[in-house]
Design a protein around this ligand. Structure first.
Ligand code: ADP
Ligand code: MG
Length: 257
């Protein structure tokens, strides 16, 4: 596993839908161990950028590099296997399963080294041993997110915020290096939002890297060390929260809608 100080590099990404240029010559880097925010008004191209990075969509032009390897056009699972992992909403059929079952069904990480394993050592052994290890790891992650008491609850009964915690918990089981979150705070009450943020900060301190797509500007400004602003498919501004706040263009884009 190569450890690149700039794990994610996006260059000249472009994607059109019919006559609409959703993403237009978008370039940015994400530095290791940061919380990087990608913000912009509705329709700015954030989700499309996210989908281009994670292989859900193919770009018309441009490249995506992950830990030095060009991954443009790779299938989503090939990208996830490399450690560039997005969260997924709990699918309908998983709502009828418990939190524990959801965790046990999460795709397992394939990377040899993982940040999580450096905390919880995993030994080699037979399949039964691996299952025991998986279960142990699942409990460790549930405990980390303080949702272990919900293990036997049906996922469909969780609140919006508890679901987001479960989605992040599932993503962690895949041995991510960089985590991409698309609107992780949508529908989350303020108490759980605070907790979710604390967990994200703690994971960042452990060495995970986050790219967070959000429309809530204040939330990103207060929590990310680096902010990328999109508007009408393009990068409008890229810098520290202080630099973004001073930008006339950003203020105009947000007020102008
Ligand atoms: P954001 O996530 O910032 O709100 P999106 O990336 O979802 O923005 O959308 C950017 C633009 O691309 C919008 O004009 C949107 O209508 C358009 N768009 C996104 N996805 C599609 C699609 N699958 N088909 C057609 N147009 C799309
Ligand atoms: Mg979006």
């Amino acid at each position: 596993v190569s450890v690149d100080s700039t794990p994610l590099e996006v260059e000249g990404l472009r994607r059109t839908f019919g006559g609409i240029v959703a993403v237009d010559d978008v370039s940015f880097d994400v530095e290791r161990g940061t919380l990087t925010g990608l913000i912009g008004p509705n329709g700015a191209g954030k989700s499309t950028t996210f989908n281009l990075i994670t292989g859900m969509l193919e770009p018309d032009a441009g490249t995506v590099r992950f830990n030095g390897e060009e991954i443009t056009g790779y299938q989503p699972h090939e990208i996830a296997n490399r450690g560039l992992v997005r969260t997924f909403q709990i699918a309908r059929e998983l709502e009828e399963m418990t939190v524990l079952e959801n965790m046990m069904l999460a795709p397992k990480g394939q990377a040899g080294e993982s940040l999580w394993r450096s905390v919880l050592p995993v030994t080699r052994g037979d399949v039964r041993k691996q299952e025991t290890d998986q279960l142990e790891r699942v409990w460790e992650v549930l405990d980390f997110f303080e949702i272990d008491h919900l293990a036997d609850e049906y996922a469909g009964n969780l609140s919006g915020g508890q679901r987001k915690l479960l989605e992040l918990a599932r993503a962690l089981l895949t041995d991510p290096d960089v985590l991409l979150l698309d609107e992780p705070f949508a529908g989350v009450n303020p108490t759980l939002e605070k907790r979710l943020l604390e967990h994200i900060h703690e994971l960042r301190d452990r060495g995970y890297t986050f790219l967070i797509v959000e429309h809530d500007m204040d939330l990103i400004m207060n929590n990310c060390e680096r902010v990328i602003v999109m508007h009408q498919g393009r990068i409008l501004k890229d810098g520290t929260p202080a630099e973004i706040k001073e930008s006339e263009e950003v203020i105009e884009a947000y007020l102008g809608g």
